[in-house]
Design a protein around this ligand. Structure first.
Ligand code: GLU
Length: 475
């Protein structure tokens, strides 16, 4: 174990685990595993109104589903609030922070003024210039106050592992609040204190936090603490190069689970959002990703969430998966409930045959139910175009005769049924195709399916004959 490498994933439990968050977690996890360091999880639950314990649990569940667990007990940030306050007061004592007595109305006015003058709002530091006497008087009167960090003059620079040298002019940074007037610490200080206390060596997080970094570095310095290293990951955009939005694709990790994606496949796909293996390989196991992960191959530019690629990768994982594993995923799928399919009435042996036939053709577990619904339910209707095209008055009597022959078929195996159909068609002076089309339509309701003889074999004689009878009665 490399004691010096300690990273953390720090989600706020105000929502489910977003796929962007999952990607951040994965990069932290891969980096830690590659370096033999520790991967920690900190739930940033300091917002009492928006944080929900169910959401923390859901995030942890999604992380576990993706195969990531924390190497030390999970840290709940809300439990550290007293410590955050204490550090804020320490900054006050060392004059790196000061009391700010403006009311929210006064601040709003300043904000409006900035807007009118079309300049970015920056707190005007009025409270910084108060005399010691006035401050003491206000405090004695119990005048509400926040505590603001005093941003020093100069430039804040750091060497971002992804972006390289990055620098900010301190004059562009507001004297930000660290303790609100109700005494509660803000994210900016909580994160610094916890990262320090947890001995975090590398802060790996999304690009959206880049502008927080100089503020946090200034606090580390004011406190005399070692500054960790930072790696800011590129944003993930949708195919239209816009911010990922649930209107286009699911953004919750749990939803991918429900839709029948394999955790290993989603993990693989999310890793490729920003990380490029040397030979541009696309299907890479978790074990190999651990071995090859390096920030040298992490892109600075935003990554595109390409659903087609995810489906392809998932399909590859399904092809290579063990059928019993696929069966258990199917049995746990939500879609079966929505489609009112009682999977417990189907044996593993039956499902194994269905998967053997379908596994090369599906890209999610749910597609077994979507494309192969007829393995689980009688057709609710028949493809209309298929009916018009194939169920012609000429074929009808011949197909009825074929049905009677089928009843007499004893050896119900795919080669035997096929042979029987071909011999029958020939004896009628017909081609095999018209019979095959109707067989498919009557048994599956559709005009496309995998090899129909294999489908008939799996469904079994009784079901097939019953479906053909129903078909002929209804059409
Ligand atoms: N809790 C923050 C978030 O969910 C992350 C904090 C950090 O990584 O520094 O965006």
């Amino acid at each position: 174990m490399n004691e010096n490498i300690r990273v953390r994933f720090a989600p706020s439990p105000t929502g489910f685990l977003h796929v962007g968050g999952a990607r951040t977690a994965i990069f932290n996890w891969l980096f830690a595993k590659n370096k033999n360091g520790k991967f920690l999880l900190r739930i940033e639950d300091t917002d009492p109104e928006r944080s929900k314990s169910e959401l923390s649990e859901q995030i942890i569940r999604s992380m576990n589903w993706l195969g990531m667990t924390a190497d030390e007990p999970i840290v709940y940030q809300a439990l550290n609030i007293e410590r955050h306050k204490q550090v804020a007061l320490e900054l006050l004592e060392t004059r790196n922070a000061y009391y700010a007595f403006e009311t929210s109305e006064e601040l709003e006015e300043q904000r409006m003024l900035a807007q009118r003058n079309k300049v970015p709002f920056k707190y005007n530091r009025a409270s910084l210039n108060l005399s010691e006497e006035t401050i003491q008087k206000y405090l004695a009167e119990g005048k509400p106050h926040a505590i603001r960090f005093k941003v020093p003059e100069g430039i804040t620079e750091f060497d971002d592992i992804v972006h390289g040298k990055t620098s900010f002019r301190n004059s562009d940074i507001d004297d930000f609040v660290i303790l609100r007037s109700d005494g509660s610490p803000v994210y900016m200080i909580a994160v610094v204190v916890d990262d320090h206390d947890m001995k975090i060596s590398h802060i790996i997080r999304g690009d959206d936090h880049l502008s927080n970094t100089p503020k946090q570095i200034l606090m580390y310095k004011a406190l005399g603490w070692d500054v960790p290293q930072f790696a800011h990951l590129p944003m993930i955009l949708d195919e239209e190069k816009k911010k990922l939005s649930k209107r286009r694709n699911p953004v919750s990790t749990e939803e991918y689970k429900e839709k029948g994606y394999l955790p290993e496949a989603l993990f693989n796909f999310l890793t490729l959002l920003g990380f490029a293996p040397e030979n541009n390989a696309e299907v890479v196991s978790k074990e190999d990703l651990i071995k090859i992960f390096t920030f040298e191959r992490v892109n600075k530019k935003s990554a595109v969430f390409d659903m087609k690629k995810l489906n392809w990768i998932n399909g590859e994982y399904i092809k290579n998966a063990k059928i019993p594993d696929l069966i258990s995923l199917l049995r746990n799928s939500k879609l079966s409930h929505e489609l009112q399919i009682d999977l417990s009435s189907f044996s593993d042996e039956y499902l194994e045959k269905v998967f053997s036939l379908m596994k090369e053709r599906i890209s999610t577990i749910n597609e077994i139910l979507e494309y192969g619904l007829y393995f689980f339910k009688d057709p609710a209707g028949y493809d209309e175009k298929g009916l018009i095209k194939h169920w012609t008055p000429e074929i009808r009597p011949m197909f009825e005769k074929f049905h009677s022959e089928l009843i007499r078929t004893e050896d119900w195996t795919s080669p035997r049924i096929e042979e029987m159909l071909r011999v029958f068609a020939e004896s009628e002076g017909q081609k095999a195709a018209p019979f095959i089309h109707i067989l498919r339509l009557s048994v599956t309701g559709r005009t496309v399916s995998p090899g129909i003889f294999e489908v008939l074999d799996i469904l079994g004689k009784d079901t097939v004959l019953q479906r053909i009878t129903d078909f002929m009665q209804k059409n």
